[in-house]
Design a protein around this ligand. Structure first.
Ligand code: AMP
Length: 565
């Protein structure tokens, strides 16, 4: 029986959002005031001589722009000493360097997380209403650890999923996860993933949507489904969980759900056999699913093709824009395809500034939320309720318009993910476009690039770009040679092209890695405390990230050098 529950008032949420964004400038001033009043006694702020002032002008005059590195000594002190009211989040996306970093996380950040969930839900549900049911949420917790000072540290999403408010909000959003907590918080993500899929099968008719934090987890889950579907069917048929699931808490939670159901096992078996290369798998498995939901922009874009393959004609809706440091914007136009998704900044969840990237960044003056210009690119600066002041997030966004007075941002890339040898500059986006162009040559062969990364190899003279590809199946040599040339030609940055022409940059190298290599990278990060929920494949691996580079290099099966120039 489906229990009655208090649902969110969608119209009221939208109304609140509209009136707040109509007054974005004032709301920002008020938000800064609130942050500074609440945290005025922080040693960091006291040392900067704000003396109780809370206006943006004094704030900008006294407080410097900082990076995570600048704050490291302060953060380390909070880590070492016990400070009540602080949790920690391991920020995982410093993946070029490889080491997870600590950033502060507190109750206010939790509240803003739920606020953004509610806001985008309101807009989403207006376009794509869902019924009382369940969601297949492919979410996972990371290992939580205790800092020296006795604080809990885990990834931001783990902090969120563990918070009791999260469950209540999901209920109010008709988005209850179909898996029990023991699965979400299971100690091994492979086992949790298997059980998520099994729960999805058991509740297949109730599932209203499929979601994850970043869409990589959805693609990863259904790729795994392709491997384990027969085992899943066997479990359903017998009502007994495979012996591969070893954790007693997970086993007993699953035992409560699993009953022998040969009809369901037969049905799923038949459906799977009837699919052509798994096209349309999701709507076949879940007849009442309304959409797929998760962050699909930025480094998630390369997975869209596969996601569409599994989803057939189901809408794909990109989730919101934020980071472990704090949320930024909500997707309030859910019917726009993910490639065009933008995020409207919520003016009361933090104080935001933007460094214009058109100018020389070192001299450029940050502008306020309502001062940004349409068409321009900026680096985002966050001042949060959790103790970050004028913090350079490192993300590049483009302003595509305004929703009332609050800007709509398109995510462009992370700033530091740059392939560069001398005067060339290629971003993660440039790499993605090059890989897209080159992998099109593959489609005739019905093969796909499962994942990719890159590295600047300076051990050769001149240095050159190395692109790593994991592909499905065998591809003919000539095709891969052509892919390699196409990659080289697709970096159209003038600095790169001119350097290539005079051989100041050597021929691009395409290295094909063994199947499973990117899974090894994922395992490596999870071992370091990252969560599958927040995992982003490192698209550019620096020499300092030796372990990941080793995983890539040790798994190369073939390599090709470009002859394009
Ligand atoms: P993390 O704190 O490790 O979960 O990573 C946060 C980072 O993920 C952000 O700084 C962005 O670079 C990226 N990110 C978050 N949300 C989005 C989004 N909607 N689109 C693209 N990239 C995103």
């Amino acid at each position: 029986m489906i229990e009655k529950m208090e649902l969110l008032d969608v119209d009221k949420l939208i109304e609140e959002f509209e009136s707040m964004t109509k007054d974005a400038g004032n709301v920002q001033r008020e938000t800064l005031k609130k942050i500074l009043e609440e945290n005025g006694c922080a040693e960091y702020l006291q040392n900067l001589g704000l003396n109780g002032r809370t206006d943006p002008e004094s704030f900008k005059a006294c407080v410097p722009l900082v990076t995570h590195n600048d704050l490291q000594p302060y953060i380390q002190r909070i880590v070492d000493e016990l400070r009540a009211g602080f949790l920690f989040a391991n920020r995982s996306s410093g993946t070029t360097q490889g080491k997870p970093k600590f950033v502060p996380f507190n109750d206010e950040l939790m509240e803003t997380t739920l606020q953004i969930y509610r806001t985008s839900y309101a807009f989403r549900t207006r376009e794509f209403p869902i019924e009382n049911g369940k969601a297949l949420q492919l979410i996972y917790s990371s290992k939580q650890s205790k800092t020296k000072g006795g604080l809990i540290a885990g990834t931001a999403t783990t902090n969120v999923f563990r918070n009791s408010q999260f469950k209540n909000t999901m209920k109010a959003m008709q988005s209850q996860c179909c898996s029990p907590d023991e699965v979400i918080f299971g100690p091994d993500f492979h086992q949790s993933l298997y059980c998520h899929l099994l729960c999805g099968m058991i509740f297949r008719e109730e599932i209203q949507f499929i979601s994850s934090t970043f869409s990589h987890s959805i693609v990863h889950a259904f790729r795994t489904f392709e491997q384990v579907w027969e085992e899943l069917c066997a479990d359903i048929r017998e009502g007994v969980l495979t012996s591969r699931i070893t954790f007693p808490s997970v086993r007993s939670a699953m035992a409560k759900l699993l009953k022998p159901n040969p009809e369901l096992a037969d049905l799923i078996h038949k459906k799977c056999l009837g699919l052509n290369n798994w096209y349309g798998l999701i709507p076949e498995l879940f007849p009442n699913v309304k959409y797929i939901y998760g962050i699909m922009t930025g480094s998630m874009e390369p997975y869209l093709k596969k996601l569409r393959h599994y989803a057939r004609d189901l809408p794909l809706i990109s989730a919101d824009y934020g980071s472990s440091e704090g949320w930024i914007g909500a997707n309030v136009n859910p019917n726009v395809p993910p490639e065009l998704a933008t995020y409207v900044v919520l003016p009361d969840i933090g104080y935001f500034e933007f460094i214009p990237l058109k100018e020389n960044v070192e001299e450029a003056k940050p502008v306020g939320l309502t001062e940004v210009k349409v068409g321009e690119e900026y680096e985002v600066i966050i001042t949060s309720f959790a103790g970050l002041y004028r913090y350079r997030l490192g993300d590049v966004v483009k302003v595509t318009g305004f929703h009332n007075l609050s800007p709509e941002l398109k995510f462009i890339c992370r700033r530091n993910l740059m392939l560069t040898i001398n005067i060339d500059k290629n971003t993660e986006k440039d790499l993605q476009l090059a890989v897209e162009a080159a992998s099109k040559l593959n489609t005739e062969e019905k093969l796909e690039v499962l994942d990719f990364s890159s590295h600047v190899d300076l051990s050769t003279n001149p240095g050159h770009y190395v692109i790593f590809w994991e592909i499905s199946g065998e591809v003919r040599e000539e095709v891969l040679e052509e892919c390699c040339n196409c990659l080289d030609r697709s970096f159209v940055d003038a600095g790169y092209v001119s350097s290539r022409k005079i051989n100041a940059i050597g021929p691009l190298e395409l290295r094909v890695v063994q199947r499973g290599t990117f899974q090894k990278i994922l395992n490596h990060y999870v071992g370091l405390g990252a969560a599958l929920s927040q995992f982003k494949t490192p698209r550019c691996v620096g020499s300092t990230n030796n372990e990941v580079l080793q995983i890539l290099c040790n798994n190369v099966v073939k390599s090709y050098f470009s002859t394009a120039f």
